[in-house]
Design a protein around this ligand. Structure first.
Ligand SMILES: Cc1ncc(C[n+]2csc(CCO)c2C)c(N)n1
Length: 232
């Protein structure tokens, strides 16, 4: 079994948590509350900006032009194509994309971005392993839905599901997995361990990103109380 296939099998439970999360269920049956969609797109826009920057760090760590060209193509895809699912979501709830984008990341989204940036600081193999769950979870879930239980044609989020189930996007995932496998083959055992941990942590972050949007997470302190400025 390849390194990436082994990681996928090991974390099947996290993929299932991703699949079963009420946010994704709501996208599937078309009942996702409007405010959750708005919160998600606002955060995800910034998340994708961070993803593009991580690809830029991938260019900086590329050993040759083949890797540079690959990152270059991924950056193009994010800048030009990956806006589409966001536009589908905005249209579904009747709001303009310009009105939902948020500048600040909320805690869970910030934690995911921080994790990806730490991976980038380690090495190219660890960066790639940390980025892999992002395309894998989405493309896996949408392909699964399209074959097992396709969302109805009048589902307002239908275009979101369809986008991540296209052949082009499937190829992207296969290339990503091949890239990780190639890097894992040449990595030392300790680097492979760090790759595996980076991958697992990102799978957790993927589930938590749904939870962030579903719970409308914000920086408001828990229970609405703040310790800052409070006399002790
Ligand atoms: C939190 C979060 N996770 C995954 C994606 C999906 N996604 C983001 S970048 C990319 C392509 C990688 O080259 C894919 C499939 C998302 N939008 N938001």
């Amino acid at each position: 079994m390849s390194f990436s296939a082994d990681l996928g099998a090991k974390h099947k439970d996290l993929f299932e948590s991703f699949w079963a999360h009420p946010f994704l269920r709501g996208l599937h049956d078309g009942t996702l509350p409007r405010e959750c969609v708005i919160h998600y797109v606002g955060q995800d826009h910034q998340y994708l900006n961070a993803f593009i920057r991580c690809y830029g760090l991938g260019v900086a760590r590329s050993p040759d032009r083949r890797w540079m060209a690959w990152f270059n193509e991924q950056i193009r895809f994010l800048l030009e194509d990956e806006q589409h699912p966001h536009h589908v979501m905005c249209e579904a709830v009747g709001i303009s994309y310009d009105d939902v984008r948020q500048e600040d990341l909320v805690p869970s989204a910030q934690a995911y971005v921080n994790h990806m940036e730490l991976c980038a600081r380690d090495s190219l193999p660890v960066l790639m392993a940390g980025l892999l769950p992002c395309p894998w979870t989405y493309i896996w879930a949408c392909t699964r839905a399209m074959s097992e239980d396709p969302p109805a044609n009048d589902n307002p989020f239908h275009g979101w599901w369809a986008f991540y189930a296209t052949d082009e996007v499937q190829n992207l995932l296969a290339e990503f997995q091949r890239g990780v496998d190639e890097l894992a083959e040449r990595a030392s055992p300790s680097e492979r361990d760090r790759m595996a941990r980076a991958f697992e942590r990102s799978c957790h972050h993927e589930v938590r990103f749904w939870e962030m949007a579903w719970s409308l997470e914000s920086w408001t302190p828990p229970r609405g109380k703040t310790m800052i400025g409070t006399a002790h």
